[in-house]
Design a protein around this ligand. Structure first.
Ligand code: CIZ
Ligand code: SF4
Length: 308
């Protein structure tokens, strides 16, 4: 046995022991590194993870993802302690819009309905009428009465995709995910030439020219489902590369190729087993939100859940 494996085994057993003592549940987003996904109680997308953690009687939620995701867990479980292993794990897209900017946009379009993609801060959710996910953005846009203007924040690519699918005019904010933008149409073309039988599954955070080349445009949960249900044996995956770990684990007989190895989110990769242990040892780093923000942000999530 290698020295690293012994170290990991000890780390893992320490984490699992402390997890019981703290009555904690460990969540890992689909983009986390493999060893973090493997130790988690639940692996998934941010809203699903937050809902599942809320349904447990755990007292502590350790969220291995990025900051807005831990906030979403706090919004759905205000009485639980929500911890992040590394507070520096922010989201570049979520940071592309501030409450002041959204307020200015709302002032310019006073009658518009504001839909925020779940990848945004709690404050932005609190200022929005409806939240949406990458799985339900099209449905949410379609649900708004035809005579209403729609402001979509912060992801212009998801907003553009939803607008086109719903055949609606939508006012987009200039935000995007730098990780997904690194995937280029020429990458997909190259991979398709190398693997002509592969099915192309891409996330709607990708650019419109990448989306145009996909067989299916899906959320991370949707990509997992499709990979399992499809008769295809090979897939080109256009999303953050952490996704490959779960896909390969759940479908060992199938082959998965990243559309681009550059689609690697540095913030998602900040978490590791050591930091998870330290987090449980010292109960760091707690994510706190003012009660009025929790209440208003929850309203935008609840209004989404009523529709989908
Ligand atoms: O909200 C999430 O978990 C993200 C980042 C994407 C998705 O499609 O699941
Ligand atoms: Fe944010 Fe993009 Fe990283 Fe997801 S992959 S956390 S949207 S920067």
């Amino acid at each position: 046995m290698q020295a690293d494996e012994v170290k990991d085994e000890k780390l893992i057993s320490d984490i699992l022991k402390l997890k019981e003592e703290r009555k904690a549940v460990i969540l890992a987003h689909n983009y986390q590194i493999g060893e973090v996904q493997d130790i988690a109680d639940f692996v998934g997308d941010s809203l699903d993870l937050s809902k599942r953690a809320a349904a447990t009687d755990a007292e502590v939620i350790l969220f291995c993802g990025v900051h807005f995701m831990a906030e979403t867990a706090k919004i759905l479980s205000p009485d639980k302690t929500v911890l992040m292993p590394d507070l520096n794990a922010g989201c570049a897209m979520a940071n592309m819009i501030t409450p002041r900017q959204l307020n200015e946009m709302k002032k310019k379009h006073p009658d518009a309905v504001v839909i925020c993609y779940v990848n945004c801060t709690a404050e932005i959710k609190a200022l929005s009428d409806y939240c949406c996910t990458s799985a339900n953005a099209v449905k949410m846009v379609k649900s708004i009465p035809q005579d209403k203007e729609i402001l979509f924040v912060p992801d212009k690519y998801l907003g553009d995709y939803a607008a086109k699918q719903a055949n609606r005019k939508v006012i987009l904010w200039e935000g995007y995910c730098p990780t997904h933008r690194r995937i280029l149409a020429e990458d997909i073309l190259k991979m398709k030439t190398q693997h002509p039988k592969a099915e192309v599954l891409v996330h709607p955070e990708c650019t419109p020219d990448v989306i145009a080349m996909a067989d299916h445009v899906l959320s991370t949960s949707g990509i997992c489902r499709r990979a399992t249900e499809s008769d295809s044996e090979e897939f080109i995956i256009g999303t953050e590369i952490g996704m490959l770990h779960r896909l390969e684990k759940e479908n060992p007989q199938k082959k998965f190729y990243p559309a681009s190895v550059l689609s690697d989110c540095p913030n998602m990769k900040l978490n590791n087993l050591e930091k998870i242990l330290w987090s449980l040892e010292d109960m760091i780093y707690p994510v706190e939100l003012p009660p009025d923000i929790i209440k208003a942000a929850k309203r935008s999530i609840d209004r989404m859940l009523e529709i989908v």
